[in-house]
Design a protein. Structure first.
Lengths: 513, 333
């Protein structure tokens, strides 16, 4: 069904055939065909480890393929491709980790290394550069000024600058890797507009995302990879989220994810928060979490969700209010919280969760020093390894080798390590903030099952998420925050994603507001 | 059980092979090199650097640096002499007080670095400057000769089984520091803070406390080195050990410790210190004029670091010659 592409088709911008790649060992890509039409939005999907990143690295010349042909705009690209050559050909990547220079202005970033010079002298013509940048910005109707400094722009606008930078390089192919992972819903919609604008200019966009709805909305065609092999290329009329997921994981998802019924669980109270206030962040927040309950927190980014979690874990102090933990008044501090049975999975895995240059053992051990060391402060290497292996087995971390550096694991497996270090403790309350950002579908499902399993064992779980299907799937009760206040609580029955989103955006009928 | 990995072992001991290679070269070049007397001499000369390394390594492991160790050592010698020969205190008590002052200096370095958020580079650079001032003030800028007590002077001069006492001291501190880093809660915490301070904090580590202790350890081992130095040279002088901080950092870096934090090897730092010692020793044996010494040292350090990155010479040349041409050009051939 995938073999619809005729060779030497003039509508094709890029045509890769029979791409093989291995990094000293197992094949990461084998015999993969990948082709892009001019001016299409083409989604590249697959689980983490399916070979998406490697394929992109080959196209952009960051790494070389072992075999196969690549033709870009009629030029055949030799095996020894490289990054500069790819840029000169017009292949641009909009990076997931943005590659802009922070202290510089928008114009300076766009024209970096190709600044217009003043009368042929080696002096930058700043006026001209700003004017040229502003002209580009206006042409696309972006809400930016050429003289804005990057630091002061929100992430979404920085991404726009990246796109402008690529446009100034006369890119005919733009590759976007998880571009919406750190954007709010509104910002994402804005980005989709820009992507469609690029398409109308004849630019081809390769779109990589784990969010199926986006892929479904945007794409003209979808290439699905699984285990380094091409599974299928879907045309517009064949695209449906369910079908893509089936092809990606090689089976249909059994769980019915869309209609989770919330259950009221009113056992023993694990944590009770009363009138928590924090200047400029939280106002009068009160809630309880019961044993075995999964409490979801919804709300837009910046609504105070993360601040609330940090306060009850003991990272940031609060101004007034009280907390009762396991029936006793509690003034949280990180060390006390951990000793008392909390677990905390922070929002930004790479910056706050993992120690990338350290092994799985080290990452797990650091939160379990109390149980692997003697009173004199000596760590038992054997116990530490046992604990790591326990966590690896519990969460099915791949590869199951405790000596692997966590930085070398896929996003999903990194997250398993961050969660795993708490699961081997005597856990009573687990707080997870955006648990599945940048995690592939298989690992996502495993994460959900882990949370469900924990709640069955009586652990109270607080889930903070911007991913609405995730929230409605997991939570027994959902609290929505807006501007630091609790604005709505969904207690039982079913809840739809729309209801949560309306509350979070402040569109509520008959609420206290 | 994990299968034993020879290849990994070869890689792990890379630095040791480089050292053996250097020794082999030197023993071919000079027949005076491979004698017990000469080897003992080299170890003796690297003792001060080695002792400083055992503590100074904790600063880079936690993501900082300590540039004040050499000045702390000079000051420690002056203070110890002051306490013994001016205040007439017992030599053991004098040493204890000197080490106590070391703790205080390290604590100040740590507090300013962590609580006031000043980069460690600046804090310890400032400490180096004001501690030098204090050393000049206390010693009147004099080169003081230490004639007594004999027990104090024995630390640097006496031998046991033909080996100087400072070598035993260095060995003891190396073992102690290695155990501290690799097998204790504190060691894990240092590595975690250096690898990712936020992640460490969220896992229950107190990064500030960990860092402060790291600077205290650094200052205390520097003080020990200062006491040994005063005893060995029978001299207390503010300019003693000038520039040693760079030898210490060089040894630590050659030993595979990253200045970015998150890893470290005490044994590696010791090998690094010994390597620098051998180079100087070899140049002496070969009667090279002294101006060549720093040139040779610098080159050997660079080569050792490149080899320690796992880059072979052919690989390096290939890297330099990697072509950078647009694919379109070759396609039109």
């Amino acid at each position: 069904m995938s073999d619809k592409i005729k060779s030497t088709d003039s509508t094709l911008l890029l045509e890769c055939r029979g791409i093989d790649k291995s990094y000293n060992g197992p094949m990461v890509l084998s015999n993969v065909d990948f082709s892009l039409k001019r001016g299409e939005i083409h989604a590249l999907v697959g689980e983490n480890g399916a070979g998406k990143s490697t394929l992109i690295k080959i196209v952009t010349g960051i790494t070389n393929r072992n075999a196969g042909t690549m033709v870009f705009e009629g030029h055949s690209i030799p095996l020894e491709h490289n990054k500069n050559a790819a840029e000169r050909l017009g292949i641009a990547v909009i990076y997931q980790e943005l590659s802009l220079i922070h202290g510089m202005s928008v114009a300076q970033n766009i024209f970096l290394t190709k600044e217009p010079l003043f009368a042929g002298l080696p002096v930058i013509d700043i006026k001209k550069m700003n004017a040229m940048a502003q002209q580009m910005i206006d042409r696309y109707g972006f809400n930016l000024k050429a003289t804005d400094i990057i630091d002061q722009l929100p992430i979404a606008q920085r991404q726009t600058v990246e796109i402008l930078k690529a446009l100034s390089n006369k890119a005919s192919l733009m590759i976007m890797d998880e571009p919406t992972s750190s954007l709010t819903a509104t910002e994402s919609v804005q980005l989709f507009k820009i992507i469609r604008l690029l398409k109308s200019e004849g630019i081809t966009v390769v779109y990589i995302s784990h969010r199926m709805e986006e892929v479904f909305d945007l794409s003209d065609r979808v290439t699905v990879l699984r285990d380094g092999k091409l599974v299928s290329v879907l045309e517009k009329d064949e695209i449906s989220p369910a079908e893509i997921i089936r092809l990606m994981i090689g089976r249909a998802l059994t769980e019915d994810e869309s209609h989770h019924r919330m259950v009221r669980k009113e056992g023993e109270v694990v944590i009770e928060v009363n009138n928590l206030c924090s200047q400029g962040k939280l106002k009068d927040v009160s809630f309880k979490v019961h044993k075995g309950e999964v409490l979801g927190f919804g709300g837009l980014v910046g609504s105070g969700r993360t601040e609330l979690m940090r306060a009850i874990y003991g990272i940031d102090a609060f101004d007034s209010g009280s907390i009762t933990y396991l029936g006793k008044p509690y003034v949280p501090s990180v060390e006390k919280s951990i000793a008392g049975g909390y677990g905390f999975v922070p929002e930004e895995r790479r910056l706050q969760g993992i120690m990338g240059a350290i092994s799985i053992t080290g990452n797990i051990g650091i939160a379990n020093l109390d149980s692997i060391s003697s009173r004199a402060g000596f760590v038992s290497g054997t116990k530490e390894r046992e604990r790591a292996q326990q966590a690896i087995a519990l969460l099915n971390v791949r590869p199951p080798n405790p000596d692997v550096l966590v930085g070398n694991l896929s996003g999903g497996n990194q997250q398993k390590v961050v969660v795993g270090k708490w699961l081997i403790r005597d856990l009573k309350l687990l707080i997870v903030d955006e648990p599945t950002v940048g995690v592939d579908i298989g690992a996502k499902e495993e994460m959900y099952q882990t949370i469900e399993h924990l709640s069955k064992q009586g652990v109270a779980v607080i889930v903070v998420s911007s991913d609405l299907p995730e929230l409605t799937r997991l939570a027994d009760r959902i609290i929505v925050l807006r501007k630091g206040r609790i604005i709505k609580e969904f207690i039982d029955g079913t809840v739809t994603e729309e209801e949560v989103l309306r509350a979070a955006s402040g569109i509520i009928e008959g609420s206290a507001q | 059980m994990k299968a034993f990995n020879w290849r990994q072992l070869l890689l792990d001991l890379r630095l040791f092979w480089i050292l053996l290679l250097l020794m082999a070269l030197l023993s071919v070049a000079s027949d005076r090199f491979l004698t017990i007397d000469n080897l003992t001499n080299v170890l003796w000369s690297v003792c001060l650097i080695g002792i400083m390394c055992t503590g100074a390594i904790y600063a880079p492991i936690t993501g900082g640096i300590d540039l004040s160790v050499a000045t702390i050592a000079a000051l420690a010698g002056i203070i110890a002499n002051l306490l013994m020969n001016v205040c007439d205190l017992n030599w053991l008590l004098a040493i204890a007080i000197t080490l106590g002052i070391g703790v205080l200096i390290g604590w100040v370095n740590g507090i300013v670095t962590t609580k006031f958020n000043v980069p460690a580079f600046i804090v310890t650079m400032a400490a180096k400057t004001y501690l030098f001032g204090i050393a000049m003030l206390v010693s009147n800028g004099d080169q003081i000769t230490i004639m007594q007590p004999k027990a104090f002077l024995a630390i640097g001069i006496d031998k046991y089984l033909g080996i100087p006492i400072p070598i035993y001291l260095m060995a003891l501190l190396v073992v102690f520091s290695h155990l501290l880093l690799k097998h204790t809660v504190f060691g894990r915490q240092c590595i975690a803070v250096g690898a990712n301070e936020v992640a460490a904090k969220l896992s229950g580590v107190n990064p500030d406390r960990t860092r402060i202790i790291a600077y205290i350890i650094s200052a205390v081992t520097a003080s020990i080195a200062g006491i040994v130095m005063a005893s060995l040279t029978q001299q207390a002088y503010a300019m003693n050990a000038t520039g040693y901080e760079f030898d210490v950092i060089t040894a630590i870096v050659i030993g595979g410790t990253s200045l970015m934090g998150g890893n470290g090897s005490v044994a590696g730092a010791l090998i690094g210190a010994v390597m620098v010692g051998f180079i100087n020793n070899g140049l002496n044996l070969l009667d090279m004029p002294s101006s060549y010494h720093p040139i040779a040292t610098g080159i050997v350090i660079l080569v050792a670091l490149i080899m320690n990155q796992g880059v072979s010479l052919p690989g390096f040349i290939k890297r330099l010659r990697r072509p950078d041409r647009a694919p379109g050009q070759t396609a039109s051939q």
